[in-house]
Ligand binder design. Structure first.
Ligand code: PLP
Length: 481
């Protein structure tokens, strides 16, 4: 399994390519780049042949788990398979090489794509208008919260609280406090859903927003959402939907129709742009008509048959990203939506739901499922019943690597002890779901009969079990024999 650093296989005599001899007059470098901007010494880059470079990176990629290698049941993050055709369209010259300072007249195609993507998202989300500008789900949340703030300022109402259920994603309370509100947490009920009585008790004239994830992070659909929207609206507050993962709803139902006034959706999760290692991402926000004046600028407008940027919205919350957002992600999402169409997007949701329920049924005899119900795109199991053998959820997660699977998200949501959040996603075949279930059941048997194996796993990966805190804080990427 040894793979040297690329610098260790480098030598001055090696070259990755040979260029043909120059057939034009050579120019002195000083004519092209002023001396002050020239390097004073050569860049310290490795020198290897082309096959060495290719093998080096292919071998490295085999040391890690990734979606092109195997199943990845990583809940919430929707690390789903992203169609390769998205990369092809994002790579087209006219998309890849546009510059944000280019005159609008010369980038009409790019503007049209953005405008149409906004319209498609309005249709899918059920909101009146969309802005593509936020660069991530969390930035969409912050933008939405700032819009709520501006809205109540204009109304002359002083509302200071945003109410969030205890199953929420950690970014929700963070965005709320950065946006200048107080995050107020309410308890979920025994079914793991929003508790109407709690909402009646706490939503008052001080409440600006109720911030909800539906389906929630337990993978459960909030059936009482209409009633909840009514209560919240009757007290003058707004409904915010965290729509980071929409692949259980698309084509089946729409947050706008459930009474949500503001929402974000993650293009890099639901609409298939790879985002491992931190991005880039895109978290467009959709709002109802009366919140439109507050959306970030610039906005794309249609002027006759051409498209233009418009900055003149005096009540806008302003700019929240350089230029117009992460354009390459728009191209990927646009491609995904156009290829699937309305029917295909609905099938995505149906497959995500049926895959999750299939796994739930296969695993429920072996792992405890604290909030039992039909699930949407994900469900949360608990490793609590393995504690008697001295096994924690972390051990299960590590052992899965030996079976060729990535671990699901663990220890989230916080309201489930020893949580294993399993989201198979819509693209997995029945046979890959079966193999994953088999591995999970085998691990459960090992926990009962042979718990030492789990404690010393993973055993087949290049590096075994690390001290997680130490590995994070004292990063050592040098391979040492
Ligand atoms: C991923 C996620 C977020 C945050 O999105 P980022 O793009 O990572 O900032 C918020 N809420 C939920 C439910 C998520 O899954």
């Amino acid at each position: 399994m040894e793979e040297k650093l690329i610098f260790e296989i480098s030598s001055d005599s090696k070259k990755g390519y040979t260029l043909p001899a120059l057939d034009v007059q050579a120019k002195d470098i000083n004519e092209l780049i002023p001396e002050e901007f020239q390097r004073k010494s050569d860049a310290e880059l490795p020198q290897v042949s082309e096959p060495e470079a290719v093998r080096h990176f292919v071998n490295l990629s085999r040391k890690n788990h990734h979606i092109d290698k195997g199943f990845y049941p990583l809940g919430s993050c929707t690390m789903k398979y992203n169609p390769k055709v998205n990369e092809e369209t994002a790579k087209l010259d006219g998309f890849r090489n546009v510059h944000p300072f280019e005159d609008e007249r010369f980038v009409q195609g790019a503007l049209k794509l953005m405008k149409e993507l906004e319209e498609y998202l309005c249709e899918i989300l059920g909101t009146d208008v969309v802005s593509l500008q936020p660069a991530a789900g969390s930035q969409g949340e912050l933008s939405g919260i700032l819009i709520a703030k501006r809205y109540f300022e204009k109304l002359g109402e002083e509302r200071t609280a945003v109410i969030i259920p205890d199953s929420a994603h950690g970014t929700n309370p963070a965005s709320v406090s950065i946006g200048g509100f107080k995050a107020f947490q309410i308890k979920s009920n025994e079914q793991g859903k929003l508790d109407i009585e709690e909402i009646k008790k706490y939503v008052d004239k001080n409440t600006a927003v109720l911030m909800v994830t539906n389906p929630n992070t337990l993978g459960l659909f909030e059936e009482q959402i209409f009633e909840i929207s009514e209560i919240v609206h009757s007290r003058g507050a707004l409904m915010y939907m965290d729509g980071a993962n929409l692949n259980a709803l698309m084509g089946i139902t729409r947050p706008g129709d459930m009474g949500f006034d503001i929402m974000h959706v993650n293009l890099h999760k639901t609409f298939s742009a790879p985002h491992g290692g931190g991005g880039p991402g895109s978290g467009p926000i959709g709002v109802v008509e009366r919140l439109e004046p507050f959306l970030p600028v610039p906005r794309i407008i249609k002027d006759g048959s051409s498209f233009k940027w418009n900055y003149s919205y005096k009540n806008s919350i302003g700019k929240i990203h350089s230029f117009f957002g992460n354009f390459s992600i728009f191209v990927k999402a646009y491609t995904y939506i156009r290829i699937l169409g309305a029917k295909g997007l609905k099938e995505v949701s149906e497959n995500a739901i049926i895959n999750a329920n299939y796994l739930l049924k296969k695993l429920e005899k072996h792992f405890s499922i604290p909030y039992k119900d039909y699930c949407m795109h994900e469900f949360v199991a608990s490793g609590e019943n393995l504690k008697e053998y001295g096994i924690r959820t972390l051990d299960v997660a590590k052992r899965l690597l030996d079976f060729g699977f990535h671990s699901p998200t663990i220890y989230f949501p916080l309201i489930v002890k020893e949580a294993l959040m399993i989201e198979p996603t819509e693209t997995e075949s029945r046979s890959s779901l079966d193999s994953f279930a088999e591995a999970m059941i085998k691990i459960k048997e090992e926990a009962e009969k042979n718990p030492e194996v789990l404690h010393s796993s993973p055993q087949t990966t290049p590096i075994g079990r690390l001290d997680e805190a130490k590995a994070g804080r004292e990063l050592d990427v040098k391979y040492d024999k």
